[in-house]
Design a protein around this ligand. Structure first.
Ligand code: NCD
Ligand code: ZN
Length: 346
């Protein structure tokens, strides 16, 4: 196949950061996505509807002229989140849901939720108001092995959330294990999951064998090859519970190549191309459109995009570095060849 045409995809999980960084992140996402769910883990976090609306304005200012890209905003849940804010969020068309970060599990999550049970009253309001819950599904117990945190969160928290709030729509973000795949498959239709390109393309050997690769370090940490294979099977399966979410999460080279490096992989510069290469490798290009452009919109109850994009079979090299505000970042697959390329005229 020399060319594929898809309904314009959406990114259901993405980090834009703020300030100067928006020049890079917003334009890269708008390149191939029509919508992106924007994560609220800024410093300080996006707690309120007012904060989300001003962040949205800052994002819109960075869009190229004539772009139809739409950021979908999220609120950062905390034990202190006001009930009134949740009700306001539910009726605001620019806000798509609320994000649960167990405190301390990942970048800028220290002000997240210490005890999930403490926010049950908030989840009840979200369930009633039809506001989806987006979950960073790892527990924050320092005693739990970092490779087991997703499984523990599912057992200790997610099972109970789904049982208590059967009408609450929940997205388990960036799943990384076979256990998560099986759990989502078996769960009621209130639960869906996003899958990143890097969790489809890598496993922990890529991260740790033959030298430590800080640019592959992310949360949830990459798991075993069998987990990677389960994620690939889920993504290409045509099961509408699994859809695209890049978790593109930029950090400067300095902050990644450090004695205590930040977690996050930047994939927005070539996101749809990364997914296309995985789907092609597994002879599943025919299921890419639903995964990338249809199932997420259906789950969130939004219209599917009408515009199309075309990808061409063409070898090109990912740049070694990209400007990132006044700093630089190392994009995923820096300096390596990719074999699909977005046709910019579509
Ligand atoms: C994300 C970030 O840098 O904001 N990092 C990551 O490794 N994925 C946060 C997150 O989604 O966990
Ligand atoms: Zn993320």
């Amino acid at each position: 196949m020399e060319q594929i045409t898809l309904i314009c995809p959406d990114d259901w999980h993405c980090h834009f950061r703020d300030g100067d960084y928006l020049t890079r992140t917003v334009q890269d996402s708008a390149r191939c996505f029509q919508r992106a769910v924007v994560m609220p883990n800024l410093k300080p976090p996006v707690f309120t509807v007012a904060e989300a609306m001003s962040y949205r304005q800052r994002i819109l200012q960075h869009l190229p002229a004539g772009s139809d890209f739409t950021p979908l905003m999220t609120l950062y849940l905390s034990e202190k989140t006001a009930e009134a804010d949740l009700r306001e969020a539910a009726s605001n068309p620019h806000i798509i849901g609320c994000k649960l970060y167990p405190a301390g599990v990942t970048t800028n999550s220290t002000q997240g939720v210490t005890k999930v049970a403490a926010i049950y009253p908030l989840l009840e309001i979200m369930e009633e108001a039809g506001l989806p819950l987006l979950v960073h599904g790892e527990n924050n117990d320092a005693q739990t092995d970092v490779f087991d945190r997703e499984a523990r969160f599912i057992e200790e928290e997610l099972v109970e959330i789904l049982k208590r709030f059967p009408k609450l729509r929940v997205v388990l973000e960036h799943i990384s294990t076979q256990k998560a795949v099986e759990f989502v498959q078996a769960a009621p239709s209130q639960l869906a999951a996003t899958i990143t390109a890097h969790h489809l393309l890598l496993n922990r050997n890529d991260l740790l064998d033959e030298g430590i690769r800080p640019h592959y370090y992310c949360k949830p940490i990459l798991k075993r090859q069998k987990d990677q294979e389960a994620l690939i099977q889920a993504a290409i399966s045509g099961n509408p519970k699994f859809f695209l979410g890049t978790d593109s999460a930029p950090h400067s080279i300095q902050n990644k190549e450090s004695a205590c490096g930040c977690a996050g992989v930047y994939t927005a510069h070539a996101a749809i191309e990364f997914y296309a290469s995985v789907f092609e490798q597994h002879k599943a290009l025919d299921t890419l459109e639903n995964f990338a452009s249809v199932y997420g919109a259906h789950f969130y109850g939004l219209a599917v995009n009408t515009r199309k994009i075309t990808l061409q079979k063409e070898e090109w090299k990912v740049p070694g570095t990209l400007d990132f505000g006044k700093e630089t970042l190392a994009p995923f697959m820096a300096g390596e060849s990719l074999y699909w390329k977005l046709n910019r005229d579509t």
